[in-house]
Ligand binder design. Structure first.
Ligand SMILES: *[C@@H]1O[C@H](CO)[C@@H](O)[C@H](O)[C@H]1NC(C)=O
Ligand SMILES: *[C@@H]1O[C@H](CO)[C@@H](O)[C@H](O)[C@H]1NC(C)=O
Ligand SMILES: *[C@@H]1O[C@H](CO)[C@@H](O)[C@H](O)[C@H]1NC(C)=O
Ligand SMILES: *[C@@H]1O[C@H](CO)[C@@H](O)[C@H](O)[C@H]1NC(C)=O
Ligand SMILES: *[C@@H]1O[C@H](CO)[C@@H](O)[C@H](O)[C@H]1NC(C)=O
Length: 396
């Protein structure tokens, strides 16, 4: 007697349901791949096959291949990888005896974090940068938590830059003698906290002076003038004076001479005449003698001023006029003469002008004299006429 389940319609529905449910079940399983299991390199790592029941044989695959590293499978289906190395990393999947995926996990191998080696730089009174180097290469992604505090104060965050492996402390309490920095590194295999204590006023170390310039002093064969700017990371404020250390030596000498100064520029009075000199400058907080000198500025090379003894007494007029020549090979004589002619012409013109001025002046004065005399004569004749008229009109 055929039951309801054996009817073709029902069978089709069941087949359809199982077909349509299957991918979704598989989907759920694959999602579990995103689960990552971390294992320690060199140890035995056990991978459980999900909720598989004891006694049912399972098959393990690595990266879709049945080739597995050195291992054993326990009675509950767990895979034990023995003495794992890097090649054991990958996607592990376990299947039941019908080939159904039961569980999948990604294995990442490495080491738990070790202590960090931390160093801090203090380029000014408002900024501390602490960088670290791992003492153990873990091969695993890590998270960090960095904080610091002065004695008896609360922990404050040290702002992390994980890519560059450093963290920044802004405006630390400089008056506190001792600060503690704590960096906690955490990865899939564990967590480790590293503590360091430091004294800010001892770590204070300015950046080197900037724009260092050394120049000769014209007229002085034993002097050099050195100038510089304070490092840009140092506050421009009277409350934070710097002292500068200048050192110099003739190139090749073993011994440096030195000058200390609060101000730029500085004049070196005892340079070795005619020699190249190496010059460097560094800086330190002037008020805090426990603090550190900056690194030296890059070496500068300069030679004091000297009289040029090369035979070049005066500029040769021929050389001087060479650039004006279009044909240098035939020029010397030809170019020389026109120049002389020009000079001669100029003299002649000046002479002519002077001569004409003299002539003109003479002529003018002559005319003037003649004119004056004429006027006087006119005047006299007029007076004579007048008097004659008067005389005529006078009654006799
Ligand atoms: C790993 O397993 C092997 C075999 O079971 C055993 O001999 C060895 O001691 C184990 N190693 C560790 C580190 O547990
Ligand atoms: C391992 O699984 C992840 C997540 O599903 C996948 O992105 C990756 O391609 C797989 N790797 C291999 C080698 O199968
Ligand atoms: C498996 O795939 C991972 C990448 O997902 C790779 O690093 C590993 O070497 C592969 N393992 C094997 C045995 O092929
Ligand atoms: C770092 O640790 C401090 C104190 O242990 C905690 O308050 C803070 O939330 C942690 N920060 C992060 C990003 O985990
Ligand atoms: C202190 O140094 C840091 C890092 O070089 C810099 O960013 C900051 O501006 C400096 N602070 C002052 C007040 O110059």
């Amino acid at each position: 007697m055929p039951g309801p389940l054996s009817s073709p319609v029902c069978l089709t529905v069941i087949w359809f349901l199982s077909w349509s449910l299957r991918p979704s079940r598989a989907q759920i399983r694959t999602d579990e791949v995103s689960g990552v299991q971390y294992g320690r390199l060199g140890s035995n790592v056990t991978l459980a096959c999900g909720k598989s029941q004891t006694g049912i044989p399972v098959a393990w695959h690595l990266n879709h291949s049945s080739a597995l590293p050195w291992h054993k499978v326990t009675s509950d289906g767990s895979l034990v990888l023995l003495h794992v190395d890097h090649s054991a990393q990958g996607n592990y999947s376990c299947y039941d005896n019908r080939g159904l995926l039961l569980h999948s996990v990604k294995l990442s191998l490495g080491y738990p974090p070790g202590l960090l080696s931390i160093s801090c730089q203090v380029p000014n009174h408002t900024h501390v940068r602490c960088s670290w180097v791992e003492s153990v290469k873990t091969f695993l992604p890590a998270k960090y938590n960095a904080s610091f505090r002065g004695n008896g104060q609360d922990w404050r965050p040290c702002v992390l830059n994980v890519a560059h492996r450093h963290c920044d402390i802004y405006h630390p309490a400089f008056w506190q003698p001792i600060h503690t920095l704590r960096i906690i590194e955490t990865n899939g295999l564990g967590s480790e906290a590293t503590y360091v204590q430091f004294r800010l006023h001892v770590l204070l170390k300015p950046d080197p002076p900037q724009s260092v310039l050394v120049k000769e002093l014209e007229g002085y064969s034993k002097r050099l003038i050195v100038s510089w700017n304070i490092p840009s990371s140092w506050p421009v404020h009277d409350a934070f004076p710097l002292v500068f250390h200048i050192r110099y030596r003739p190139l090749g000498s073993m011994y440096w001479s030195e000058i200390f100064s609060q101000e730029s520029p500085v004049v070196i009075f005892d340079a070795l005449a005619g020699h190249l000199h190496q010059v460097q400058v560094r800086a330190r907080d002037e008020l805090n003698s426990d603090s550190q000198w900056s690194e030296w500025s890059p070496v500068l090379l300069v030679q004091p001023w000297e009289v040029y003894t090369t035979p070049q007494p005066e500029e040769d007029p021929e050389d001087f006029f060479v650039p004006f020549n279009t044909k240098p090979e035939t020029s010397t004589a030809k170019s020389h003469n026109p120049v002389l002619d020009d000079e001669g012409n100029l003299g002649l013109v000046i002479l002519l002008v002077l001569f004409s001025v003299v002539i003109l002046t003479t002529v003018l004065s002559l005319i003037f004299v003649v004119w004056v005399r004429q006027r006087r004569r006119d005047h006299v004749t007029k007076q004579e006429l007048n008097s004659m008229v008067k005389m005529k009109s006078m009654p006799i």
